[in-house]
Write a protein of this length. Sequence first.
Length: 159
Amino acid sequence: MNNIVEIYTDGAASGNPGPGGYGVVMKYKGQRKEISQGFRLTTNNRMELMSVIVALNALKKEGLHVVVYSDSKYVVDAINLGWLNNWVKIGFKAKANVDLWKLMLAVLRKHYVKFVWVKGHASNVENNRCDELAVAASRSSNLLIDEGYEASQKNEKQR
């Protein structure tokens, strides 16, 4: 397990949609890195996706073996059960978060990634830490704009 990057991720949104954030813990060869960021208006699923994308993009080399631990069935099942591949085949018709799924596809091509579902708010110390980071980020004063989400909401209102 020495050459495997372990990534723990979580997303949070208060109100869903509402203020949200993501938290990431990355571990590799005894090194540890935490990443988090908050957004003024987003959804929990978007933050779950964003956490994985940001973590994988933070890797400095390509072709790494990575295990992503997530409590999001939405993310883990989309990859492990082949939903994402099917969504690509149908052009993401009537699917949410297309902007982030496309980013996910691009970053997944750079590495050998395995997804593992972990029960949220349970005994996994790193997942719990990610939750703390995500919630704290969602409550911070430095909230970014989730442009993909806010643009999708404007488009829905114009229909």
